[in-house]
Design a binder for this molecule. Structure first.
Ligand code: KG4
Ligand code: ZN
Length: 347
C-alpha cells in the first residue's frame, strides 16, 4: 500500500506536541520529527497541572510546534497525507485547542482528519517502535492512568482491570510532595530510592488478597504520610536516610502490586493463545527502572516477551498520536468538521 506521511498533534495534558511520521506497509515506521513543549515550569508553583493555564499555553504553542515539526522533518503540508489529533480523553481546554488547530489545518489543506483516543496512542506505541503483532498485553501506567489492555486491533481493546482510585504516577507525585522532593515526583522518588532500604517500612500491597486485576494506590499514599508523620513526631524531621528509605519502600510496594496484577493479566491474555505472546508497557511510570525490571521478569516467567518503548515515546508525545492516526486511517477511519473534543473517552 501507499506510503503515508502523518502529522500528529497532542495537547491533552501539560505537553504540547507535534510530530511527523512516515510509513510504508511492511516496513518499519520512521519518526521524522517529534517536538514536545512541556509546561512544567508554568505549573510548578501550583503543585499540579492548572487546566486553564495548560489550555492557554497549548493555544499559544501549537502553531509553533507544528511549524517546528514540519521543519525538522524536512516536509511541508503538501507532503503530508493525514492530520491526526488527540480528541480526548484529557483536560478539555487543551484537547479543544488541539482539535481546533487540526481542524484549521485540515480545512485549509483539504487533508483528511483523524481524531485519536490518547489512550490508543499509548497502547499502539509498541507497534510503532517494535512492530508488535496483535494481540498483545499492554500495561498503561502514567500520572492519570493505570490499566491493563488486551490490544487486538487499533479499535479493538479489552480492559482487564485497572486502578480503582489513584494512578501510580499520581501516587509518585504526591509522595514527592509529602517528602519535599521536586516535581514530577516519579524521577525524584526513583533517584532517592536508589540509596534506600525497601524493607525498612512495611507499606501495604493493596488488593492483592482480592482476585482479578484491579489495583489501588491511595492507601499507599496514606501509609507513607503516616510513616512520615511518625518520624517527624519522633525526632522533629526526616534525615536523608529516612527519606531514601521511605522512597524505596513506597516504590517497592508499587512495583510489587503492578508485578502481581500483571502476572494475573498475563494469564488471562495467554488464554487467547497468541502466536508470539508479548507484554508491553507505556506511560510515564514505565520509565521507572525498578518497575520495568519487575515487569520484565514477570513476563519472562510467564513465557512472554517484553517490549518497553524508549522513554520519550512512553511519556506524552505526538509521534504516538500520528502513529495511532495512521493505523486508524489505514483501517478506514476518517473524521470531519463535526469531530468533537471529549474530556472522557474510554477505549
Ligand atoms: O505519561 P505521562 O507523561 O503523562 C500522563 O500522566 O499521561 O506520565 C507522567 C507521570 C508522572 O506522574 C510522573 O511522576 C511519572 O509519570 N513518572 C515516573 C517516572 N518518570 C515519570 N514515575 C515513576 N518513576 C519514574 N522514573
Ligand atoms: Zn498520556
Amino acid at each position: 500500500t501507499k506510503t503515508l506521511t502523518v502529522l500528529g498533534l497532542e495537547s491533552s495534558c501539560d505537553d504540547t506536541g507535534a510530530a511527523v511520521i512516515r510509513h510504508a506497509d511492511g516496513a518499519a515506521a520512521e519518526i521524522l520529527s517529534n517536538v514536545v513543549a512541556g509546561q512544567g515550569d508554568l505549573h510548578a508553583a501550583f503543585g499540579g497541572v492548572v487546566p486553564e493555564i495548560a489550555a492557554r499555553a497549548h493555544t499559544e504553542k501549537l502553531d509553533l510546534c507544528v511549524e517546528q515539526a514540519l521543519d525538522a522533518a524536512g516536509v511541508t503540508l503538501d507532503t503530508v497525507d493525514v492530520i491526526a489529533v488527540t480528541a480526548g480523553p484529557g483536560l478539555i481546554g487543551g484537547v479543544l485547542a488541539g482539535v481546533m488547530c487540526a481542524k484549521g489545518l485540515s480545512a485549509g489543506t483539504g487533508l483528511p482528519l483523524v481524531g485519536v483516543n490518547h489512550l490508543a496512542g499509548h497502547a499502539l506505541t509498541p507497534r510503532l517502535t517494535d512492530g508488535l503483532a496483535f494481540p498483545y498485553l499492554m500495561l498503561l501506567v502514567s500520572g492519570g492512568h493505570c490499566q491493563f489492555l488486551l490490544v487486538r486491533g487499533p479499535e479493538d481493546y479489552s480492559r482487564l482491570g485497572g486502578t480503582i482510585d489513584d494512578a501510580p504516577g499520581e501516587a509518585f507525585d504526591k509522595t514527592a510532595k509529602l517528602l519535599g522532593l521536586p516535581q514530577p515526583g516519579g524521577p525524584s522518588v526513583e533517584a532517592e530510592a536508589k540509596n534506600g532500604d525497601p524493607r525498612r517500612f512495611a507499606f501495604p500491597r493493596p488488593l492483592l488478597d482480592r482476585p482479578g486485576c484491579d489495583m489501588s494506590f491511595s492507601g499507599l499514599k496514606t501509609a507513607l504520610l503516616r510513616a512520615r508523620d511518625a518520624l517527624v513526631g519522633e525526632k522533629g524531621g526526616l534525615t536523608v536516610q529516612d527519606r531514601a528509605d521511605l522512597c524505596a519502600g513506597f516504590q517497592a510496594a508499587v512495583a510489587d502490586v503492578l508485578a502481581e496484577k500483571t502476572r494475573r493479566a498475563l494469564a488471562v491474555y495467554l488464554n487467547e493463545a497468541p502466536a508470539v505472546p508479548m507484554l508491553s508497557v507505556a506511560g510515564g511510570v514505565a520509565a521507572n527502572g525498578t518497575i520495568r525490571t519487575a515487569l520484565q521478569s514477570v513476563a519472562e516467567t510467564a513465557g512472554a516477551g517484553f517490549s518497553a518503548p524508549p522513554l520519550a515515546l512512553c511519556t506524552d508525545n505526538a509521534a504516538m498520536i500520528a502513529w495511532a492516526g495512521l493505523e486508524l486511517f489505514r483501517a478506514g477511519r476518517v473524521d470531519d468538521m463535526t469531530l468533537s473534543a471529549r474530556p472522557r473517552w474510554p477505549l
